[in-house]
Design a protein around this ligand. Sequence first.
Ligand SMILES: N[C@@H](CCC(=O)N[C@@H](CS)C(=O)NCC(=O)O)C(=O)O
Length: 241
Amino acid sequence: MLSAIPKCVRTFAARDSLQHIWRSNRLFATMGGDSYTLKYFNFRVLGEPIRWQFALAGVPFTDQRIARDEAWDAEVKYKIGWGRLPLLVIGEKTEISQSAAISRHLATKYGLMPTNELHKTRCDELVDNLQDMRLLWRPYIRESDPVKKKILEKEMVEVNFPFYLPRFEDFIKKMGGKEGYAVGDSLTWADLYLANFIEIWTDNHGKELIASYPLLQQHMKKILDIPQIKEWNAKRPVTKF
Ligand SMILES: N[C@@H](CCC(=O)N[C@@H](CS)C(=O)NCC(=O)O)C(=O)O
């Protein structure tokens, strides 16, 4: 797949200035590839698995990070798609909302969609469960009052993570193959979701969160050690979540 992309474009894509990314995106489009703009906030949460897919495919994209501030609440969200991000713009006019829909589209195009129908469904199942867990976690990250935040964190660490994490561990055990991926024997778009969320949750609540879950530990390491992901992560903006 990577070999289909001219080397000069790949070199441009590896540079980190926005100007270069924008130019390479345009150049890629003039060479018959799609030009992509990912609109998201300066967060990893739902944007990072998509950014990782571009990094893995060696496809340049514009990584547009929109401020999540009063202007967003008061006006910007009403002018953007469904009022929620991420949003992927393809070419001049095509817009796709919903992170999983975007990921599935790119996975089908760039090789991270399993061919086995049941494996496809397992990927959806895993990502939907991660989304459910994210929604339980959301009040904690959005809370600004430190006392209320502590209470929410206690509930996450004592109730919600102990409910979900063993289930994610069990999922890998049952649905993954010998290679340590979450579904079957090869890398899928769902692996990127799982590793991203486990990385964010352990960054925020400590590595001990997954101390009893060896498969989750190995899985996160395996995905974060993929050279293109490693390279992207070394250059990406540092964000809390
Ligand atoms: N189900 C959607 C959820 C999107 C979503 O909730 N995005 C949040 C950021 S992570 C957002 O846009 N929040 C802004 C708002 O609600 O005004 C998806 O997976 O893309």
